[in-house]
Design a protein around this ligand. Structure first.
Ligand code: F3S
Length: 424
């Protein structure tokens, strides 16, 4: 028997599909209905929030802006809370960081188009750190791969791997199709990953994620063998972001650490839930990086240390600043974060004490869609598996994936030390 909420959802969608809420909303409803049909949805579910990706002007271009403006002119407006992914630059400090004015202007027009639909200008991939944190079992429509992985896996909310347009359509209608990871049966693990090697640091979790993403594709897994005490939210964020980058993992469970794992751990162990076993005995092979043009083992000059992919929390940023306090830096350090986190951070007394002129708190920005090579940087050390995964494809950049402590050492020496894996 269908629930009252589902009946209401179907009726509400029918009215939007009939154009009762205007042409813009009708287009959004048609997108949701088409996806629901393709995936054989069991009706629709109301969403608590949406996270909209596809923000960079580089990605959406003039055609994207025109589409957003046509939706607004057709009366579309968000019905569910909607937050926005990062864009290509810091909207306030862009000049100081060396961005071109035209790049800023184009990006600002794209953001205006989203603002016109009622989307919050959060410009962050960690919306759950700035107030958009769904709870266990909440239905959402999120389209940033690291964020949706975190929402599903660590928060226990329910979202499919949305694209920017489908998340936008869900925000405008307030509904999404009830299929995929919204349904209990699709959240059950089909792969059992058993880790027998030490996975301890921030970098380790990213390296494990890069390795698992390739092996798992879209599969839901349960991971055993990790020490729950090591599975901090920051490290799980790194694990999920990396899995989503090298594969298409939208949901994973970690025994003893994520909210739904307990329902499956015993059943997987007893064979009641059949799974394919993947054993991980080493992650070293994915944690070393040889930048283009350098032989393995050769030191690599670093002119930018980047942390904050996914965006850093206030606590992470304070730890980083504390670790750099009093040290003279030979490379710039960018710490990327949400603007609200930056606002909070600069009011903290510890911030002023620790801040150095070469350290930049970069708000609103995704490193991957930011033209850092145009800003004069040619070699980057990062503690992020996801940033490494994407930046290494830029032929104008040398990129090293190192642990947090090694990245900070690289900022001091201007050199990335190969195969040095410190503690996070
Ligand atoms: Fe966020 Fe961009 Fe990294 S969206 S997770 S900073 S690749």
């Amino acid at each position: 028997m269908r629930s009252m909420a589902k009946v209401d959802a179907n009726e509400a969608m029918s009215r939007m599909l009939a154009g009762e809420s205007g042409a813009g909303t009708q287009v959004a409803a048609e997108m949701i209905a088409a996806l629901a049909k393709i995936y054989g949805a069991e009706g629709y579910v109301p969403i608590v929030s949406a996270q909209i990706a596809g923000v960079s002007y580089k990605n959406i271009g003039e055609a994207g802006i025109e589409f957003l403006e046509s939706m607004r002119k057709g009366g579309a407006r968000t019905r569910a809370r909607a937050t926005l992914n990062p864009c290509g630059l810091d909207l306030e400090a862009w000049r100081e960081l060396g961005f071109q004015e035209q790049f800023y202007k184009d990006q600002a027009r794209a953001l205006d188009a989203y603002r016109g639909l009622g989307i919050e200008m959060t410009c962050s991939c960690t919306p759950y750190l700035i107030g958009n944190a769904p709870g266990l079992g909440d239905h959402v429509a999120w389209s940033e791969s690291s964020a949706l992985s975190y929402a599903n896996s660590v928060l226990g909310a329910r979202t499919n791997r949305e694209g920017g347009p489908s998340a936008l359509a869900a925000a405008i209608t307030g509904y999404t199709g009830n299929y995929g990871l919204h349904l209990d049966e699709n959240r059950v693990p089909s792969v059992h990953v058993h880790v027998t090697c030490p996975v301890e640091t921030y970098q380790d979790f990213g390296s494990l994620g890069l390795m698992l993403g390739k092996k798992l594709g879209q599969s839901v897994s349960i991971i055993t063998g990790l020490q729950p005490g090591r599975c901090t939210p920051e490290r799980l964020r790194q694990l999920g972001a990396s899995m989503a980058a090298s594969g298409a993992v939208a949901l994973y469970h970690v025994a003893g650490a994520t909210p739904e794992a307990g329902a499956y751990t015993g059943k997987v162990a007893s064979g009641e839930i059949p799974t394919r076993l993947v054993e991980v005995a080493s992650i070293d092979d994915v944690s070393d990086v040889v930048p283009a043009g350098l032989a393995e083992g050769q030191p690599m000059a670093v002119d930018l240390v980047f942390v904050g992919c996914p965006h850093a929390s206030k606590g992470e940023a304070l730890d980083l600043l504390g670790a750099l306090e009093g040290r003279e830096l030979k490379a710039d350090v960018w710490i990327a974060m949400a603007r609200d986190v930056k606002r909070e951070l600069i009011q903290d007394a510890a911030f002023a004490k620790a801040m150095s002129p070469r350290v930049k708190l970069v708000a609103d920005t995704c490193i991957v869609v930011c033209p850092i090579d145009d800003l004069g940087y040619s070699s980057v050390a990062t503690n992020s598996g996801k940033a490494y995964f994407y930046l290494k494809n830029n032929p104008r950049l040398a990129v090293a994936h190192r642990d947090t402590a090694a990245c900070l050492d690289a900022a001091v020496t201007g050199i990335a030390i190969n195969k040095d894996r410190g503690e996070a």
